[in-house]
Design a protein around this ligand. Sequence first.
Ligand code: DAT
Ligand code: MG
Length: 143
Amino acid sequence: MSMQATLVIIKPDAIQRKQMGLVLSRLEQLDLHLVGAKMVRVGRELAEEHYRDLRQKPFFRELVQQLCGELHDVDAVLALVYAGSDAAAKVRQVTGATNPDNADPSTIRGSLGRVRSNGWIENVIHASFNDAEAQREIPLWFE
Ligand code: DAT
Ligand code: MG
């Protein structure tokens, strides 16, 4: 196993609902090192680049608005980098399924996320899917 790094973003829905500390507590229990942390004001360009693989999806526009904080009246997100063996897999395991209604209740999304009645998925965090995705994403958020 090699040393890897993975990106986590505590999203606007979680910032608005004051879940930042709860999320950090969960991630702190993993056998990983926190090597980067900063509040980021997310502009359109960064959000669109971050989610570029989803640009053809019908929900892309709203997804970008959401990451920018426009749907939750939030002006910054918390970007984190965790390092260690199997970093992306370890974080994804505690993250849970994309849709909080389908996520195991023991996971971050299953316990803290929700689907709004208007259909918006509020799933608390972004977590890189694997090492390749992490290597693409981390430089977008950290110099
Ligand atoms: P994940 O965040 O679990 O990696 P993803 O990369 O497929 O999931 O999608 C990125 C985000 O886009 C996801 O966190 C929430 C949103 N999303 C995904 N599928 C969606 C859908 N069917 N309807 C609305 N939003 C969706
Ligand atoms: Mg993803």
